[in-house]
Design a protein. Structure first.
Length: 162
C-alpha cells in the first residue's frame, strides 16, 4: 500500500510538471502579484496554496465558482464558500475552493445561493476552537450570467497532451 501511495504521489508530481509547460495559461503566478486560479489548473492551484500557505497569505486570489452558505449551529455562524465539485478518492464527490468572508453587514453576502460568481479576496488565516482555517476576505464578488465548469478533475487537466 505504501508503494502504491509513493507511486501515485510521483505520478501526480510528474503530471504537474508536464502540465505546467503545456498550456498558454500560466499554472500559477509565483511572483508577488495577484493569483488567478484558472479552469484548467483549478485543483492544482488550490492545492498549491494549501500546501504552501505562508507564501500566499495576504495576497489577492481571483477565481470563479458556485456560491454556497451553511449555518453551523455550534458557533451560530454562517460560513460562505465559493467552490467547484471534484472527484474524490472514494468516488463520492467533494468540493474544492475557499471559505469567503464578507466584512461588515454581519458577514452577509450580496449574492444568492448557487449563483455562479467571480470572487476576489485577500487570503487570510484565522483560528476557531483551536483549529486553523483559511478564508478569503472578499474585495469583490459578482454573480455571472454564464456558468463555468462546475466539476473539475485532475484527469481533465491532461486531455490535450494525452
Amino acid at each position: 500500500m505504501r508503494k502504491l501511495s509513493i507511486l501515485l504521489t510521483l505520478l501526480l508530481f510528474a503530471a504537474i510538471l508536464l502540465l505546467a509547460g503545456c498550456s498558454g495559461e500560466e499554472a500559477l503566478s509565483f511572483g508577488s502579484g495577484d493569483i488567478e486560479i484558472t479552469d484548467r489548473f483549478f485543483i492544482l492551484q488550490i492545492e498549491e496554496i494549501h500546501l504552501n500557505v505562508e507564501e500566499y497569505l495576504g495576497r489577492t486570489i481571483r477565481y470563479e465558482g458556485m456560491f454556497r452558505s451553511i449555518h453551523w449551529a455550534p458557533t451560530d455562524r454562517y460560513y460562505h464558500y465559493v467552490f467547484r465539485y471534484t472527484d474524490s478518492c472514494c468516488g463520492t464527490g467533494d468540493a474544492i475552493g475557499f471559505e469567503v468572508y464578507f466584512e461588515g453587514d454581519n458577514n452577509m453576502p450580496p449574492v444568492a445561493e448557487d449563483d455562479w460568481v467571480a470572487v476576489a479576496g485577500v487570503l487570510d488565516r484565522y483560528e476557531e476552537d483551536g483549529v486553523s482555517h483559511l478564508r478569503l476576505i472578499v474585495t469583490s464578488i459578482t454573480a455571472l450570467e454564464e456558468r463555468g465548469e462546475e466539476f473539475v478533475s485532475l484527469l481533465d487537466s491532461g486531455k490535450e497532451i494525452l
